[in-house]
Ligand binder design. Structure first.
Ligand SMILES: [Ca+2]
Length: 397
């Protein structure tokens, strides 16, 4: 175990580590922090995040002196999402290239899961999210999202299946929802949350922008579905939509009051943390704290534009790849904090969800951070982006 001072994380301290199974070899000793290669389409526009001239910093940072230790547990190929499986000692990791890896947290052994659907893995498209269903501990049901090939490019799909933990196999896969219309390989979103008997799906704008302001597609929205993938009764527009005006929400989680939050990739600048309120419109592409990538302006969010403005935002971009609202006690004082992992920002940010939401800590991680998950013991697990992204475990120093 190595003690890492916040904001001074170094490649030397992180390189090498404990023994790991042969199928997930650790990176080379002394390797640089940044992954050697990243699919250029994956970093398209996420990576740019140029500062918008004249835009003030929205929040002030406290002195980030908190310490935590970082243990490294091997690496994964294009890791995108991960979840701890309740009632087991296993972590399930989705790799965008089209794979699921089951990691035994006691032995460190990693086994690839079979029985996956064909996955269209290009650009931002591929295997996306995986979460346990509400009956997982009884029947092994999981919900997953992925992208399939389509005559118009790529199409997001949500399905459910049974995970046989002994045979490392998905069985009984059933598609329950599809993202329409199909489009290119960008802005799929496809993060999943099950809360209070509903399945929430973040559905990106597919880089088409205007569908986020329309009710005749399921793009640019956060959807509330039944556990069978149907529009939930009582939805505000009698569609699948719960909220609209979203761009590319790659994180969704609930807080200690049961409220739902999403993290959202902005355009050039303007990444957002949003508190979801049924029937509200979050403004994209009519309002944003960022600008278009060709530098065309977008009106800022304002109090009187009719849109629900962000609780926190980032200019320049950090490119939040994931959102975790911490519920544990291991990190003293962090309960009900939002943790966001930055891709272009290469950092982890902690936001206290008070009124207003306040950015209180940020830690340079020296690598693109794709996913965060909270272990049953309250440790925070971190998955780096890219073809050899490391799996890290953070514990209080
Ligand atoms: Ca917005």
């Amino acid at each position: 175990m190595r003690r890492i001072l916040a904001l001074s994380l170094s490649a030397v301290l992180l390189s090498g580590c404990t023994s790991e199974p042969a199928e997930v070899p650790p990176p080379t000793e002394g390797a640089t922090v940044s992954p050697a290669t990243v699919d250029p389409e994956l970093v398209e526009e996420e990576e740019e995040g140029a500062e918008v001239a004249g835009t003030p910093e929205p929040v002030a940072l406290d002195d980030a002196t908190r310490e935590f230790t970082v243990d490294e547990h091997g690496s994964f190929n294009t890791g995108w999402a991960m979840t701890f499986l309740p009632g087991t000692d296993h972590l399930l990791i989705a790799e965008r290239r089209g794979a699921l890896q089951l990691r035994d947290q006691t032995t460190g052994k990693v086994t690839e899961v079979t029985g996956l659907p064909p996955v269209h893995a290009q650009g931002q498209a591929g295997m996306h999210d995986i979460i346990p269903g509400p009956t997982f501990e009884q029947d092994g049901m999981v919900y997953l999202s992925w992208v399939r090939s389509h005559t118009n490019g790529a199409q997001g799909v949500v399905g459910r299946a049974y995970l046989d933990m002994d045979r490392h196999q998905l069985t009984g896969l059933q598609e329950i929802w599809e993202q329409t219309p199909a489009a290119g390989n960008g802005h799929l979103s496809l993060r999943l949350l099950i809360d209070d008997g509903h399945l929430y799906v973040t559905s990106g704008d597919r880089q088409e922008m205007t569908p986020a302001q329309e009710n005749d597609t399921n793009l640019g929205s956060v959807l509330r579905l039944t556990l069978d993938g149907q529009p939930a009764p009582g939805n505000p527009w009698d569609t699948e939509q719960w909220t609209m005006g979203h761009r590319n929400a790659l994180g969704i989680d609930t807080d200690d009051q049961g409220r739902i939050w999403v993290s959202e990739m902005g355009p050039q600048g303007g990444d957002e943390l949003n508190l979801l309120v049924e029937g509200d419109n979050y403004g994209w592409p009519e309002a944003s704290m960022g600008v278009h990538y060709n530098n065309d302006p977008i009106p800022d969010h304002s109090d009187d534009d009719g849109f629900h403005g962000p609780a926190a935002w980032w200019v320049p971009s950090i490119s939040p790849g994931n959102l975790l609202i911490y519920s544990g006690e291991l990190f003293d004082g962090w309960s009900n904090s939002a943790l966001l992992g930055g891709l272009s920002g290469e950092k982890i940010v902690r936001v206290e969800l008070g009124e207003p939401a306040t950015v209180v800590d940020e830690w340079e991680m020296g690598a693109r951070i794709r996913a965060l998950a909270e272990a049953p013991d309250g440790a925070i697990w971190v998955l780096e982006d890219g073809p050899a992204g490391r799996l890290l475990e953070l514990r209080p120093a």
